[in-house]
Design a protein around this ligand. Sequence first.
Ligand SMILES: NC(=O)c1ccc[n+]([C@@H]2O[C@H](COP(=O)([O-])OP(=O)(O)OC[C@H]3O[C@@H](n4cnc5c(N)ncnc54)[C@H](OP(=O)(O)O)[C@@H]3O)[C@@H](O)[C@H]2O)c1
Length: 341
Amino acid sequence: MAAAVDSVNFLVAEISKSVETYQEALTILGAYFVCQKAVKTLVHFCEVTRVHFLPRLPLRKRDLVAEFGKWAVVTGSTDGIGKAYAQELASHGVNIILISRSQDKLRRVAKDIETNFKVLTKIIQADFSQGSDIYPDIERQLQGLQVGILVNNVGAMDIPQYFLNMKSDRLWQLININIGAATLMTKIILPQMVDRKRGVVVNISAAASIHPNPQLAVYHACKSYMDFFTRALQYEYKSKGVIFQSLMPSYVATKMTDFKDGPHQSSLMIPSACLYARHAVSTLGRSTQTTGYWPHTLLMWFMYQIPENLWMWSVSIINSALRRQVMNKRRRRASRVQTPS
Ligand SMILES: NC(=O)c1ccc[n+]([C@@H]2O[C@H](COP(=O)([O-])OP(=O)(O)OC[C@H]3O[C@@H](n4cnc5c(N)ncnc54)[C@H](OP(=O)(O)O)[C@@H]3O)[C@@H](O)[C@H]2O)c1
């Protein structure tokens, strides 16, 4: 009997010893993960401060001409982010080359920039949906101009829809606009930047493209391309003095995201193009990959935490709702045109 009690006591002692070791191991592991998380959060916080807040302190205005060069090229610059970005660069004294598809809008925006910011402008009319034929003419028109900043902004997004409902011609147009333009414009302008060992290329991607996006598959795949393309070129050309920036906005209140009837409202999370551009330009050359606007950086951090399946499921629902919203808007517009008051 005594032997049996002894062996039970022995067993309990052994088990509690190993539980203690187990608990200690778990405590160390837990402490390690907490420390790692804390360090990552601190680094993230410092990075957000460095990229988004320090450059916006009113110490002294940056001299972008001295940093990068006299001229900037902005594609898709007659509306939305491109137009606002061009205006913001002009407010720093940079001359602007506007490339977009509508001659009238180009003239209007150029005149506006010249009047308000006292800089030179040049306009080049080009429809980026047309593919490779347009680039020799763009290259010819850019000859002799010292381009220090290239903003590959042009982009087009259709209403959300299933892939097989899209026409092949339209797929080519989306590919030409969303990735062909940035790729070929970089090919045209990068050599002079490398020669001068100075310049910055900003490629506009999208925050939502960190995950696949059902019903906007081609658009978001193109935006992912922009991000990877930029980061790879940054690696290739950083030793040559050229900076690349992948700019990944979330929603900005522009024509592209105007799904509802009535005025397009901006808010903290959905800034106007002008507010967005002011923030984005302040991050120029400070980060290879950024949303350009601190509330979007917080949002992007949140997006990273969402498991991919949950993301795709919710995005599918949102995209279906957006599609209905746009279709209703178009129907209402068509009926207003048919029955003028
Ligand atoms: N708005 C957002 O929430 C958001 C979010 C993430 C990323 N982005 C990206 O940011 C960039 C700008 O978007 P946005 O919202 O400012 O767009 P937007 O308001 O629709 O403006 C697009 C600009 O590109 C021009 N453009 C369109 N198709 C063209 C073509 N085939 N050839 C030449 N020019 C063309 C437009 O010219 P017209 O004036 O003639 O139309 C306009 O100037 C895009 O790359 C977009 O993907 C936007």
